[in-house]
Design a protein around this ligand. Structure first.
Ligand code: EPU
Length: 418
C-alpha cells in the first residue's frame, strides 16, 4: 500500500506550476468521440483518471498516441464498439460523459453506472432528463445504463439543479441534434467553458457557456482535425493557495487563471492572507494565524465544494470558531474525523461543520476518504508538528499530478513510500 510520510512545520516558499484541469480533461477526452478524425489535446494532467478514460476510449476503437506525458493525439475515425468496459467505467465518475458523446456519435451506448469519490448520493437524473428530452431512450439495468436514440432533436431543457456533469453531458449530446437546444439554469464552472471552447474549435456552434443559459445550434459534423490546450486546473491552484496560507508560506502559483480563483482569493483575504494577481500567475502569502470565517459551498462562481476540505484545514487552525456549510454533497466532511485525530476540534453534523480553531495540529496516521480530502490532509500534515502518515493516496493520484514533487519543490518534507 502506498503512503505519504510528511514531516510538518515548513513554511512553503517558492514556485509551483499548475497542470491542466482534471474536470475539463475528463470531459474533453470523451468529447473527441464526436470528431470523426484526429486531434491533439495538450496540457493534459498526468493523473490516473486521464489514463482510465484514455483506456476506455481505446476499447471503443480510438487510436491514441502519447506525444509526451501531457499531450495525446487521438484518432476517433473508426469506433468499433458501443459497449464501454463495465469494470473501467464503473470505477470513475466522468464515464457518464461517454453517454452524451456516444449518443451524438453513434446513437447508442452501454456503460456502467458511474463510480468516483464517495461523497454521498450522486444521482444522474438531470443527465437522463436531458437525454430523454432530446429524444433518447435511457434504461438503467443491473448497474448498467443503456442509452439509444434514432435521432436527437434540439429542445429546451431546464435543469432542476445546477449540475456540472449534466450541463456538459447535454451539451455533448446536442452538438449534432437537429435545431437548437437550450440549457437553462446551466452550471458555469471554468471547465464547462473549456469543453464548449474545445467543441467550438472543432466546429460546433455553442453559445453562452459560462452563463446560466447555453444554446447549442446543431451542426452536421465537426472538423476532422485540430488541436486544443486544456485550461489550467482551478482546484489544484486553489489547493496550493490554501497550502501557502496554512503553512504561513509565500508561493507563486504559475500557469493559472486568477479570475477563476476570485472566490478563493476573497476568502483568503477575509481570513488575513495576501494575494497578488500577476497575470497568468498568482502570489499568495500569509504571516499570521488565519482569522475565523463562515464558508458556504456553492456552484461557480461561489466557493467550490472541491476546495471545502482544504479550507477546513485552514479553519481548523484559525483564531476563533468557524462554520462551513456544504451545500453540494451530503457526505463531504469525512476528513474532519481524520483532522480531529491530528488535534483539530471539529464537530460535523449533516451538511454543517463547526471548527473551534486550535493553535496547532500534531502528526498522526490518517486516511484519505476521497480526492480533495486527501489533498486537505497533505496540507494538514505540512502544518502539523511531527510526522503524519497518509494512507489511501490512490484517491489523490486520481486528480493531482506529482503532488509530492510539487510540494517538495516548495520546501516540504514529504516522501512517497511504496
Ligand atoms: N445532482 C442531481 N442530479 C443530477 C446531477 C447532480 O441531483 O443529475 C446534484 C448532485 O447530487 C449535487 C449537485 O447536483 O448535489 C451538483 O452535482 P454535479 O452534477 O455538479 O456534480 P458532478 O458533475 O457529478 C462535478 C465534479 C466534482 C465536483 C462537482 C461540483 C467532475 C468529474 N466532477 O461532479 O468534482 O465536486 O462537479 O462542482 O467534473 C472532484 O474533482 O473532487 C469532484 C468531486
Amino acid at each position: 500500500m502506498n503512503k505519504l510520510v510528511i514531516n510538518g512545520g515548513t513554511k512553503l516558499k517558492g514556485n509551483v506550476f499548475i497542470s491542466g484541469a482534471k474536470n475539463a480533461a475528463v470531459a474533453i477526452l470523451p468529447a473527441t468521440l464526436l470528431i470523426k478524425g484526429v486531434c491533439t489535446i495538450n496540457n493534459l494532467p498526468n493523473i490516473s483518471d486521464v489514463k482510465i478514460i484514455c483506456n476506455i476510449l481505446k476499447e471503443l476503437g480510438a487510436k491514441i498516441t502519447w506525444n509526451n506525458e501531457h499531450e495525446i493525439t487521438i484518432d476517433t475515425s473508426s469506433i468499433s464498439c458501443t459497449t464501454a468496459p463495465l469494470d473501467m467505467t464503473s470505477k470513475f465518475r466522468a464515464s457518464y460523459y461517454l453517454i452524451g458523446s456516444m449518443l451524438g456519435r453513434c446513437g447508442e451506448i452501454e456503460v456502467g453506472l458511474p463510480g468516483g469519490c464517495n461523497l454521498g448520493a450522486r444521482p444522474i437524473d438531470q443527465h437522463i432528463k436531458g437525454f430523454e428530452a432530446l429524444g433518447a431512450k435511457v434504461e438503467l439495468n443491473q448497474g448498467k445504463i443503456l442509452a439509444k436514440a434514432k435521432k436527437l432533436i434540439g429542445t429546451s431543457i431546464y435543469m432542476d439543479v445546477v449540475s456540472v456533469g449534466a450541463t456538459i453531458n447535454i451539451m455533448l449530446a446536442s452538438v449534432f441534434a437537429e435545431g437548437t437546444t437550450t440549457i437553462d439554469n446551466a452550471a458555469k464552472e471554468p471547465h464547462i467553458v473549456d469543453v464548449a471552447n474545445f467543441l467550438n474549435t472543432m466546429g460546433a456552434d455553442i453559445r453562452g457557456a459560462g452563463t446560466d443559459v447555453i444554446k447549442i445550434n446543431g451542426v452536421k459534423s465537426l472538423k476532422s482535425s485540430g488541436s486544443y490546450t486544456v485550461v489550467p486546473d482551478q482546484i489544484e491552484a486553489g489547493t496550493f493557495m490554501l497550502a501557502a496560507v496554512a503553512t504561513k508560506g509565500d508561493i507563486i502559483i504559475h500557469n493559472c487563471i486568477p479570475e477563476h480563483l476570485d472566490c478563493i482569493t476573497a476568502k483568503i483575504i477575509e481570513i488575513g492572507g495576501n494575494v497578488e494577481d500577476l497575470g497568468d500567475s498568482i502570489r499568495v502569502w500569509c504571516n499570521k494565524r488565519p482569522n475565523k470565517a463562515t464558508v458556504k459551498t456553492l456552484p461557480y462562481p461561489g466557493f467550490p465544494t472541491d476546495m471545502q476540505p482544504q479550507m477546513g484545514v485552514v479553519l481548523s487552525i484559525a483564531d476563533g470558531t468557524s462554520i462551513i456549510n456544504e451545500s453540494i454533497w451530503e457526505s463531504r466532511f469525512q476528513y474532519t474525523e481524520e483532522l480531529n485525530k491530528m488535534g483539530a476540534c471539529i464537530t460535523a453534523q449533516g451538511k454543517t461543520a463547526i471548527f473551534e480553531g486550535v493553535k496547532e495540529l500534531f502528526g498522526a496516521p490518517v486516511y484519505a476518504s476521497d480526492l480533495r480530502a486527501g489533498a486537505a490532509l497533505i496540507i494538514a500534515g505540512l502544518v502539523a508538528n511531527g510526522q503524519t502518515e497518509l494512507y489511501n493516496i490512490e484517491h489523490i493520484d486520481r486528480g493531482y499530478e506529482n503532488i509530492e514533487e510539487k510540494f517538495k519543490a516548495l520546501g516540504a518534507n514529504i516522501q512517497r513510500i511504496s
